[in-house]
Design a protein around this ligand. Sequence first.
Ligand code: DGL
Length: 227
Amino acid sequence: MTGIFDSGVGGLTAYFELRKLLPREDIIYLADRKNAPYGTKTKDELIALTKKDIKRLSDMGARQVLIACCTASTVWGELSEGERAIATPIITPASRVAAEGERIAVIATEHTVRSGAFGREIRKFSPTSEVFERAEQPLVAMVERGARDGRISEECRDEAQKIAEWVRDIRADTLVLGCTHFSHLERTLGAMLAHVRIVSPAREGARAIKEKITVTGALGNGREIYI
Ligand code: DGL
């Protein structure tokens, strides 16, 4: 059984990806709505919440946990050895793919941008790549209110257009959706940026966890629990 968590609906994008890869895996999805949003929390608050989420899922039987939240993934290094063994963060696999670009734009929450985690990880894979980060916290709330590819509000379209202009201004060849909420808008942003490679940490995180759990994936019944 695999646990997946996020502050809200963002991590569902990782769940959709994982379900495509492992149709029979049993999955528990935790949306920590009570403490949302995570992007405005301090580092200490995030460490405490991330530990609590991992414990809650492992107490319910999850043998591995996908941290389907970039913000929570920024504190992965602060977890205990045992927690790190269970939990897979999504910034590293996404950074490995993003590092194939030369000029990389990252949109993320306030905390993720403040932490500099994407810049650090991407430069580990490609020291010469340039990384530009932009906080987009209001977009998280828009997605929580229901914005999705194919049904976005005018407010959300305006914000997506501002992001696309920024990506063009800095001449980025890659855009990282550095908050899983933004993967719900992947087609909207992709259509505005036809020549830019879009990297989704939700997708890369699902691929990373699939590698870790291929064996258990063959044994489940495709059960799903949402908490
Ligand atoms: N979906 C989350 C992320 O990937 C967090 C959004 C929030 O709660 O601020 O960072």
